[in-house]
Design a protein around this ligand. Structure first.
Ligand code: IPM
Ligand code: MN
Length: 353
């Protein structure tokens, strides 16, 4: 059996970091004895500028033939905000029904944490971000555009089915992690009294089926406060698409920055897509200074989703040994190594962890 992987390097530094991820994939596949093949797709800003195409329905259908998608970055300085994001990244998330955005927040040994006195044992939680609803669906409109009477409406869509499947995933994950077995719902029930009342009721109803999981609640503003003040309180956080987007950038910072933060867009019964959560970083493009560890961590998550648990754990351990023993910093240009040297360090570490 051979895994079939679709690779979308994308824009900016995407290709550079994906290249390092594929280097690690090659090494870990040899080490663990599994076979795979990759197919690269040139979706992204450059192709759009040349051809005007972003991602067609037929191309999405073609992607369905693969076991997983490995994505670099989306975003191009010469293209207006929203075009590639909606046409490529969000289209993939929606069309492939990747209804979970899974974002681990874990401080590895040797990584500088901006929070005073916080250690790796204090920062180890996972954010389960709903990934197909809320403000992201594009329901809304504008009237009297460009005039003083302009009205703009952007709706947050929350369906009982969509919320419930996300909550179930989060409860299952909390159970499987088997840490504190605490699931925190992050919402804003005191203001969003329609949408987040639905979340609150569904959370408690579904939660009845998981008596072994502790149910916890924090408003989104308080969640930000606790993430900085007492990140050790969290085991798993489940939240809406928009709040999840925001708190996971905060999460990335407390785990050492965009250089290390990875995520998975997951369809538990279908095709999932893994990506570093940082953007395309145009100012670092082509310089060989960007940190590839986030992309390598995303590859680790991809391997886990394929069922290659040992390979996934080995990749994560190798990354941890590199952060603990080698890198000066996780920031672009300050690592003490080039992008490809960091990839090499991880490959070297695979054999020794
Ligand atoms: C992310 C990104 C995207 C999002 C953008 C690029 C549309 O910020 O993956 O977090 O908002 O989901
Ligand atoms: Mn984001």
């Amino acid at each position: 059996m051979k895994y079939k992987l679709a690779v979308i390097p994308g824009d900016g530094t995407g290709p550079e970091v994906i290249c390092e991820g594929l280097k690690v994939l090659d090494a870990i596949a040899q080490q663990k004895g599994f076979a795979y093949e990759t197919q690269q797709f040139d979706f992204g800003g450059e192709r759009y500028l040349k051809t005007g195409e972003i991602l067609s329905d037929a191309e999405v259908e073609e992607l369905r033939r693969y076991d997983a998608i490995y994505l670099g970055a989306v975003g191009h300085p010469d293209i207006a905000p929203g075009i590639l994001e909606k046409g490529l990244l969000l289209k993939l998330r929606f069309d492939l029904d990747q209804y979970i955005n899974l974002r681990p927040v874990k401080l590895y040994a040797g990584v500088d944490c901006p929070l005073k006195d916080k250690k790796p044992e204090d920062i180890d939680f996972v954010v389960v971000r709903e990934n197909t609803e809320d403000l992201y669906v594009g329901v809304g409109g504008v009237m009297h555009k460009g005039t003083p009477d302009e009205i703009a409406v952007q709706e947050s869509i929350n369906t009982r089915k969509g919320v419930e499947r996300c909550l179930r995933y989060a409860f299952d994950l909390t159970r499987a992690r088997n840490k504190e077995k605490k699931l925190t719902l992050c919402a804003k029930t005191n203001v969003l009294t329609f949408a987040h009342d639905l979340w609150w009721r569904a959370f408690n109803e579904v939660g009845e089926e998981y008596p072994d999981v502790i149910r916890d609640y924090a408003h989104v503003d308080a969640t930000c406060m606790w993430m900085v003040k007492n990140p050790e309180f969290f085991d798993v956080i489940v939240t809406t698409n928009m709040f999840g987007d925001i708190i996971t950038d905060l999460g990335a910072m407390i785990q050492g920055g965009m250089g290390i933060a990875a995520g998975g867009n997951i369809n538990p019964g279908g095709l999932s897509m893994f990506e570093p959560i940082g953007g395309s970083a145009p100012k670092y493009t082509g310089k060989g200074v960007i940190n590839p560890l986030a992309a390598i961590c995303a590859l680790g998550m991809l391997l886990e989703a394929l069922g290659e648990k040992e390979a996934s754990a080995t990749v994560e351990n190798a990354v941890m040994s590199v952060t603990a023993n080698k890198l000066k910093s996780l920031s672009a240009g300050k690592m003490g190594y080039s992008t490809s040297e960091v990839g090499d360090l991880v490959v070297e570490a695979l054999a020794n962890v």
